[in-house]
Design a protein around this ligand. Structure first.
Ligand code: MD6
Ligand code: FE
Length: 209
């Protein structure tokens, strides 16, 4: 494993500053272009009727916030077909997963955009196939722009959480026995984006269905 890898717990590996600044800026522009493209980023309304505070754009497959299932068209929003994952993006996830000791074939990428006031409630990612979850195939998360305070707990919602700061260029791998840990984003740290990015934060999570 590269020396910049920190094993936070079995299966939970943080690669700080894994992406070079030029790569981060390029990815930031890719995210902006996708967000404003023909299948635009939108604000999901979830089960229960509440709107999320993050903007979302799913690639590969669409996460339906009303049914908590994946689909090929955005049936809960505008019915548009989901854009593919650009191969250059998927390879970032495959390589980070490999360096953390995992094999994965990402077929879903969820792009979230956080303004300075956006949050993501504590959740478990368990809408992928039962086989994927049982095998501990990881989710790989890429952070760009402003830093975020990310909290990571255990397998029960009641378990205590620990904060970590996710900065631009960091890649977090969550797999194996950590695949179903509860986690969330409690705040964005305004003004922390490196030159050429921000304001705000993009987070890309790569998943295998
Ligand atoms: C975020 N990330 O960092 C939200 N999920 O904005 C996640 O919800 C997440 O970072 C699964 C695995 C890694 C993650
Ligand atoms: Fe998550």
């Amino acid at each position: 494993m590269p020396s910049s890898a920190t094993v936070l717990a079995p299966g939970l590996v943080l690669f700080q500053s894994r992406l070079a600044p030029s790569v981060q800026r390029e990815l930031w522009q890719t995210c902006r272009a996708l967000a404003g493209g023909p299948v635009p980023m939108y604000t999901p309304t979830v089960r229960g009727g509440r709107k999320m505070s993050v903007g979302m754009l799913c690639l590969g497959k669409h996460w339906n916030g009303l049914t908590y299932t994946y689909e090929d068209t955005r049936s809960d929003y505008d019915g548009l077909a989901v854009p593919p994952i650009p191969p250059a993006l998927a390879s970032i996830a495959v390589s980070a997963a490999a360096d953390a000791g995992f094999t994965m074939q990402p077929d879903i990428c969820i792009m979230n955009f956080y303004s300075e006031t956006a949050r993501l409630g504590v959740h478990q990612d368990k809408d992928e196939r039962p086989e994927t979850l049982a095998a501990g195939i990881p989710i790989v998360s890429v952070s760009l722009g402003d830093a975020a305070r990310f909290v990571i707990g255990g397998l029960s919602r009641r378990d205590p959480t620990s904060p970590i700061i996710l900065r631009s260029g960091d890649v977090l791998v969550m797999g194996g026995p950590s695949r179903l840990r509860f986690h969330g984003v409690t705040r964005i740290l305004p003004g922390t984006a490196p030159e050429g990015m921000g304001p705000g934060r993009f987070n890309l999570t790569f998943r295998q269905w």
